[in-house]
Design a protein around this ligand. Structure first.
Ligand code: AMP
Length: 249
């Protein structure tokens, strides 16, 4: 069984975003970039399926600039077998990504496609759902447990106030939630091994996909600054403040 995993190179989650001068984007110059955390979980799950003898091959795919090769190498170091970069310097919105992934799904015919539930840079939470719709595949989003058996994938999904269990016929699309697993750290020997694993680079045109943006970002602003808090000596003082300053009592 072949598993395909989609991974995005994003601004590292520890880095505070800076707004670019044009006021419509985030300044990524010299910023630390990493694999989208939900996609790390997706790679981990696919590698675990391979280690358990359920999957036979794990193919990782990224769409974006040439530097996304580093992100793909990282996934190869985690245990993926092969990587594909769809190289483009255009702004790739979720619909374009979904179309590119659909074309790759047709070419590669994976039994399972795993994506992150959302990219932490745009918080769109769209690509997985769009891919499933375009490719006509069943989907289970926000997975916290994935079990394969008998041509089916059983997915426990995180939903408001609980969990839902779905059974999908393979091939299918699954998106990962935070509690699915804890991704491994890559070791130096595996980083060295990953350098020798195959990484193919293709262009969106070769997949017959028009990646031009459909949405225009008009404005990006910083969240409003929170004023510093104060420590009060006792409940009496708190009640006083709630009456006189906050005027909520
Ligand atoms: P989004 O809909 O943009 O929040 O992204 C959801 C998921 O789609 C991500 O967690 C990735 O698995 C995948 N994805 C989004 N953008 C890309 C990209 N440029 N290349 C590969 N996968 C992507």
């Amino acid at each position: 069984m072949k598993v395909m995993v989609a991974i995005k190179r994003v601004l590292d989650y520890n880095v505070a975003p800076r707004i670019a001068r044009d006021g419509t984007s985030v300044d990524l110059s010299n910023a630390k970039m990493s694999m989208n955390p939900f996609d790390e979980i997706a790679v981990e799950e696919a590698v675990r399926l391979k280690e358990a003898g359920v999957a036979t091959e794990v193919v990782v795919v990224s769409c974006g600039v040439a530097q996304a090769q580093e992100t793909l190498r990282n996934a190869l170091a985690m245990g993926a077998d092969r990587a594909i970069l769809v190289e483009s310097s255009a702004e790739l919105q979720p619909l374009a990504v979904a179309k590119l992934l659909k074309a790759l799904v047709e070419k590669e015919q994976p039994s399972l496609v795993i994506l992150g539930k959302q990219a932490i840079d745009n918080d769109s939470n769209q690509a997985g759902q769009m891919l499933a719709a375009l490719a006509g595949l069943p989907q289970a989003t926000f997975a916290s447990k994935v079990t394969i058996s008998d041509g089916h994938v059983m997915v426990v999904r995180e939903v408001d106030g609980g969990a839902e269990t779905l059974s999908l016929t393979l091939p299918a699309v699954v998106t990962t939630d935070l509690r699915l697993n804890e991704p491994r750290y890559v070791t130096l020997p595996n980083i060295m091994k990953a350098k020798k694993k195959p990484l193919a680079t293709i262009e969106p045109e070769s997949l017959g996909v028009d990646v031009s943006p459909r949405l225009k970002t008009l404005k990006v602003v910083e969240p409003s600054k929170r004023t510093a808090g104060v420590t009060l000596p006792d409940v009496k003082a708190l009640v006083e403040k709630l009456k006189s300053e906050a005027k909520v009592l």
